[in-house]
Ligand binder design. Sequence first.
Ligand SMILES: Nc1nc2c(c(=O)[nH]1)N[C@@H](CN(C=O)c1ccc(C(=O)N[C@@H](CCC(=O)O)C(=O)O)cc1)CN2
Length: 293
Amino acid sequence: MTAQILDGKATAAAIKSELAVRVEALKARGITPGLGTILVGDDPGSHIYVAGKHRDCAQIGIASIQRELPASATQEEIEAVVRELNDNPACTGYIVQLPLPKGVDTNRVLELMDPAKDADGLHPTSLGRLVLGQRAPLPCTPNGVIKLLRRHDVPLAGAHVVVVGRGITVGRSLPLLLTRRSENATVTQCHTGTRDLPALLRQADIVVAAAGVPHLIKPEDVKPGAAVLDVGVSRDENGKILGDVHPGVREVAGWLSPNPGGVGPMTRAMLLANVVEAAELAGAGAAGAGHAG
Ligand SMILES: Nc1nc2c(c(=O)[nH]1)N[C@@H](CN(C=O)c1ccc(C(=O)N[C@@H](CCC(=O)O)C(=O)O)cc1)CN2
C-alpha cells in the first residue's frame, strides 16, 4: 500500500482563497482585519514561520503589524509590546511567536494579551473556553490537523486517535478538539513518559506525531491503512526538516501528511481564519450595537 498524501499546501491554498472573499466583504463594510506578530530572538524556524504568516496576510488582503525584539529583550520590554498591540486599533488580532527565549515567563506574556485579540487560541481564556465548549479562537495547528483530515474525508467519528506530544501549541489542546461531539473521536495521549508507545500506536486509526523526535514513528508501529500526520519538526545540520515519521511509513499508512507540506501550511491558514472570524464577529457586534441605538 502507498499512502494517499494529505496535501496541506493545496488544502491551505484553497482555504486562503475562501478567506480572501470574506476579507473583501469585510473591507466593503469598512473593516480591515490586521494581524500583529511579536517575534523575540533569533530562532531561525520562528523567523521563517512569521515571514510566512505575513506573506499569507498580503495574499488575502489582511494588514500586517510586525514587532521584533532581540533575544536580549527583558520581560518588561516584551510586555510593553504586548500592551501596545492590545491598544493598537489597527491590530484586530495578534500572536506571540513561540518559543520565547529562555528566561522569559511565557505564561505571563500570554496572560497579558487582550483575549479579544488572541489570534492563536493560546490565551488562557481561549483555552478555558475550549474546555467549557464555548466559542473561542481555536489553536491553529490542532485546528489545521482536523481540517486537513476533514477535507480528505478521513473518518473521525469513532476513530481511535493516538496523539504523541504534550506541548502547548499541539499536544495539549488537540485531544480537546478531537473529543468534541462534532468530531467524536477517542483519544489516547502519549508523550516521552509513555510505556510501550509502539503497542499503543499499533491500535491507532489515526496517529498525530508532535513529539519533535526525528523518525520516532516507524513503519512497524503503524496499523496498515491508518492515517499518519507528521507534525514534529527537528532540523538536521543543514537546516533541513526532519519529521517525527520515518519515510517507510508511506508504504504502510492509508493517508500520510508530509513534513514539510502537510500540517505547517494548515497552521498558517487557520491563523488567517481566526483573524477573519474575529473581525466578522466584531463587525457583527458593531452592527448590532448600531441597530440597538
Ligand atoms: N504562537 C505560536 N507559536 C508557534 C506555533 C503556533 O501555532 N503559534 N506553532 C509552531 C510554529 N508554527 C506556527 O507558528 C508554524 C510551523 C510550521 C509552518 C510551516 O508553514 N511550515 C512549512 C515549512 C517551513 C520551513 O521550511 O521551515 C511546512 O510545513 O511546509 C508554519 C507555522 C511553533 N510556534
